[in-house]
Design a protein around this ligand. Structure first.
Ligand code: SF4
Ligand code: SF4
Length: 127
């Protein structure tokens, strides 16, 4: 009986909130039919634009989890998105700005794998 009395006492305080929620729009989106835009500073997928990469190993050295392997001989960079903690340290310190951090995220995957970015051979200049 005490509880009932208490609830009745509280009810008037709740009325403005109930009315506000009744007439305002939903606070959530109808995922997966509707998706929110990612925030601009989101740390999403990493990709390498190898055009200006000089295979200096800086990104490999700075990566705290060893997600990057630079292969100078094969002129390629292997990146493991499953090891990456998306700290952006590599992208912020690449002298040639080769690492692009997008606002898209990797879809969940049942199979782990790596991404390989190869440096295309630049034809020697004819002199
Ligand atoms: S991506 Fe940048 S930091 Fe990494 S090897 Fe290439 S130039 Fe060096
Ligand atoms: S974002 Fe961080 S963890 Fe991911 S590859 Fe770059 S340095 Fe490594």
């Amino acid at each position: 009986m005490y509880f009932l009395h208490r609830e009745v006492k509280i009810m008037p305080w709740m009325i403005p909130t109930v009315l506000k929620n009744l007439f305002s729009g939903p606070a959530t989106v109808k995922y997966p039919f509707e998706k929110k835009d990612p925030v601009p500073e989101m740390r999403g997928k990493l990709t390498w634009d190898m055009t200006n990469c000089d295979l200096c190993h800086d990104c490999e050295r700075l990566c705290p989890v060893g997600a990057i392997v630079v292969d100078e001989e094969q002129k390629k960079i292997t990146y493991d998105p499953f090891l990456c903690i998306y700290c952006r340290k590599c992208a912020e310190n690449c002298f040639h700005k080769c690492i692009v951090v997008s606002v898209e995220y990797h879809e969940p995957n049942v199979k782990k794998g790596t991404l390989v970015f190869e440096k295309e051979e630049v034809p020697a200049e004819i002199t």
